[in-house]
Write a protein that binds this ligand. Structure first.
Ligand SMILES: NC(=O)c1ccc[n+]([C@@H]2O[C@H](COP(=O)([O-])OP(=O)(O)OC[C@H]3O[C@@H](n4cnc5c(N)ncnc54)[C@H](OP(=O)(O)O)[C@@H]3O)[C@@H](O)[C@H]2O)c1
Length: 293
C-alpha cells in the first residue's frame, strides 16, 4: 500500500512514518527537509496550503491512504494569526479533499479535543463540539469539510501528545525535562485536565485503522486523566528529576491569548471496543520513552 503522510516532521508525523513504513511504501511530506529515511520512505516537500502542489503530489504517487498530520498546532499562534491558522488547519484539508475526490484513496485526519469547550470532559464521540479558541474552531471546520466530502474518511481526535521523536520541536515533556535537568523552577497549571497520549500509541492506532479499514470518527488517548501539574510530577518521577522545582499555577495567571478548555480529554471506549487498539498509561509511556532515548 502507498501511504502519503503530511506533517511528517512533526511529533506524530515522524512516529507514523517510522511505524507505517515497516509494512507500506510511505511518502513523507512536510514544509522543510526531513530525516534521512531508509528505502521504504520517499521524502517530498509539500505545503498543504498550496492546492496545486497537493494535486501534483497525489497525482504523482497515487496514494491508497493519506494521513494528514500537518497542522498549525501553536494554540496561541492560531489565535493571533487567524488567516494562516485557517489556511493550514482547514484550507489544507479542503485541498486534500479536492485532490483526492474521484479516487478511492481514503483520508485519515487528525483532530483534537480542543473542538470541545472543556466544561464536561473527558468527551465521547457523541458529545457536541463547541470550540472556545480559534485553533479548536479550525480543527472543527476541518472535520466538517471532511464530513461533507465524498471521500472514505476517518477522523481521529487526540490530546496532549508527547513522544521522543528526532525532529520534535516544542513539547511539554521535553520542556519539563530540560528545565528540571538545568535545576530551573517551572510553573505548571493545575486546572487543565486531559489524558496525555504517547505519540507511538497514536501511530499504532492509525496503523490499526488502516489495517481494519475503519471509517468514521474515533477518539484515541492515554489511560490517565489528570491535570498538567500532576503530569509534570510524573515526568519528574520517571526521569529522576526534582519535583520540588515544579510550582502550581493557574491558567488565568498565564494571560495566554487563547482561552483553554479546562476539563478536556477524551473517552476512548469506541476505538478500544471496535479496533482493539492498546492505549498506554503515562508511567509505561515515559518509562519506555526513557529507555529508548
Ligand atoms: N500536540 C498535541 O498535543 C495535539 C493534541 C491534539 C491534537 N493534535 C493534532 O495532531 C496532529 C499532529 O500534531 P503534532 O503534535 O505532531 O504537531 P507538530 O509537531 O506541530 O507537527 C505538525 C507538522 O506540520 C507541519 N506543517 C505546518 N504547516 C504546514 C503546511 N502548511 N503544510 C505542511 N506541513 C505543515 C509543521 O511544520 P512546522 O513545524 O515547520 O510548522 C510540523 O512539522 C495535528 O493535527 C494536531 O492538531 C495534536
Amino acid at each position: 500500500m502507498t501511504i502519503l503522510i503530511t506533517g511528517a516532521n512533526g511529533m506524530l508525523g515522524e512516529e507514523c512514518v517510522k511505524l507505517l513504513s515497516k509494512q507500506h511504501f510511505v511518502v513523507a511530506t512536510d514544509l522543510q527537509d526531513g530525516l534521512e529515511y531508509d528505502c521504504a520512505v520517499t521524502y517530498q516537500i509539500l505545503d498543504i496550503t498550496d492546492r496545486q502542489a497537493v494535486a501534483r503530489i497525489t497525482e504523482q504517487y497515487q496514494p491508497d491512504t493519506v494521513v494528514n498530520c500537518a497542522a498549525f498546532t501553536d494554540v496561541d499562534g492560531c489565535e493571533n494569526q487567524r488567516e494562516l491558522a485557517w489556511r493550514v488547519n482547514a484550507g489544507g484539508v479542503e485541498n486534500l479533499s479536492a485532490a483526492l475526490q474521484n479516487t478511492s484513496c481514503r483520508l485519515i485526519h487528525i483532530s483534537s479535543d480542543y473542538v470541545f469547550d472543556g466544561t464536561a470532559g473527558p468527551y465521547s464521540e457523541e458529545q457536541p463540539p463547541k470550540p472556545i479558541n480559534y485553533y479548536g474552531q479550525t480543527k472543527l471546520d476541518a472535520e466538517r469539510i471532511i464530513g461533507k466530502s465524498n471521500l472514505p474518511w476517518t477522523i481521529v481526535r487526540t490530546n496532549v501528545l508527547f513522544g521522543n521523536t528526532t525532529l520534535q520541536k516544542a513539547s511539554f515533556v521535553r520542556w519539563v525535562i530540560e528545565k528540571l535537568r538545568h535545576f530551573e523552577t517551572i510553573s505548571v497549571v493545575n486546572d487543565q485536565f486531559g489524558n496525555p497520549t504517547w505519540s507511538y500509541g497514536m501511530a499504532e492506532a492509525i496503523n490499526k485503522i488502516i489495517e481494519k479499514d475503519a471509517r468514521g470518527l474515533y477518539h484515541y488517548a492515554g489511560t490517565d486523566y489528570l491535570d498538567r501539574f500532576e503530569f509534570a510530577l510524573k515526568i519528574a518521577e520517571i526521569y529522576d528529576l526534582n519535583p520540588l522545582l515544579i510550582r502550581k499555577t493557574t491558567t488565568r495567571a498565564l494571560h495566554q491569548p487563547a482561552p483553554r478548555p479546562f476539563r478536556a480529554g477524551l473517552i476512548c471506549d469506541k476505538i478500544k471496543r471496535e479496533l482493539d487498539v492498546p492505549s498506554y498509561s503515562i508511567n509505561e509511556s515515559l518509562t519506555r520513552m526513557k529507555g529508548n532515548s
